[in-house]
Design a protein around this ligand. Sequence first.
Ligand SMILES: [Zn+2]
Length: 395
Amino acid sequence: MGLTQISDHLSTISPRDQKFDHKKLNNLKVAELYKGGELDGHEGFMYGKKPVLFVNLAKRMGWCGEWLEFAQGEDGACKLIGAKFCKVPNCPMCQWRRCLVWRAKFFSQLPAIAEEYPKHRWVFLTLTQRNCQLSELRDTVKHMGDSFNRMRSLTDFPLLGWVRSLEVTRVYDWYDANNNFIGRHGVTWWFRQTDKTRNQWRVLPTDEVHPHYHFLALVSPSYFSGSTYVTQQRWSEMWSQSLRVNYPTVVHIRTLKANKGRTLLPDPDQVLNSDRADQVKDPTGIFTAICETMKYTVKEQDLVGQFCKDDQANSQWLRDLTQQLYKMRRIEFGGILKPFSKGIVDSESNNQSLIKGGDDRESTMKVQRTFVVRWNNAIKKYVTLASHVDTDQDE
Ligand SMILES: [Zn+2]
């Protein structure tokens, strides 16, 4: 009689929160790579006068999200209400939470943007360039920023406002099942391949990375009808010219659909309750574009070296990448969207904000109970500490 203790998995109590298991697992993999096993001679770097030690990053990541507190409503739905996040730049747990914050906060600005610019149209633009050496990444990213500023001053530059994000992908040499060289690509390429033997392909690391920009941007209502329209080829010319390179750069431009000149916004509830674009009814594609723009700088698969078995190479890559990108701005607002950036980019350093995932609405949940889960490294899952259920209801 009395209180019975039940221990349970978070993934059983709340299937939609099982991604916490996945994020914590990858968080620990990255922490392990920062520690670097037997690596020596590369313990950290100086940022200005401040030493950044990899072992400290690993320590912080170790306690990141070690425990999580949830509230559970009458309908069984759970909501994170407490946690401590480490905010290490490449922590898979933190970068996931940070993206949720960016997306949710930007999404909540869309009605205000639509009110001020009701007839403007959204476009999604990707500007790429040739790979660079990882050791030249920082300089390359600075050069990209300067180049974009040059491009802005071209007379036919059509973007009036934008959110710009930097993405850096790791570049591998891919070999097929028979050990034939297939090409030099990132992991995104692999996911797009339909070849049945692709699971047997393997990679060798290279010292190249692929930095590129994504933009979600507004153009004038007359962009598609007037003489201001910019073709894909012209985009490429503008970007090559601004980068001061003599090869045609690869550029993608996509116009988001509009209904009678307006962008239809998806249901905020759906947006806040899902972190996958394909789970949201998104008639004009704006949410998909937000997800593609407001995301991590480096993919989790690259951070953990999912396709590369050489953990010494993975560790070295992660350390060099961290140094190259340290404190670099990942997301930037410009033009007429700049006034809407308030509270978005600076919110990422706030632990409370990471807990809420950017959902600042007043909660309507009728809380039935709260519970705490702790990471169990033996079974690689979050489990409840102690959930007390009263078995003496009839007394
Ligand atoms: Zn973290």
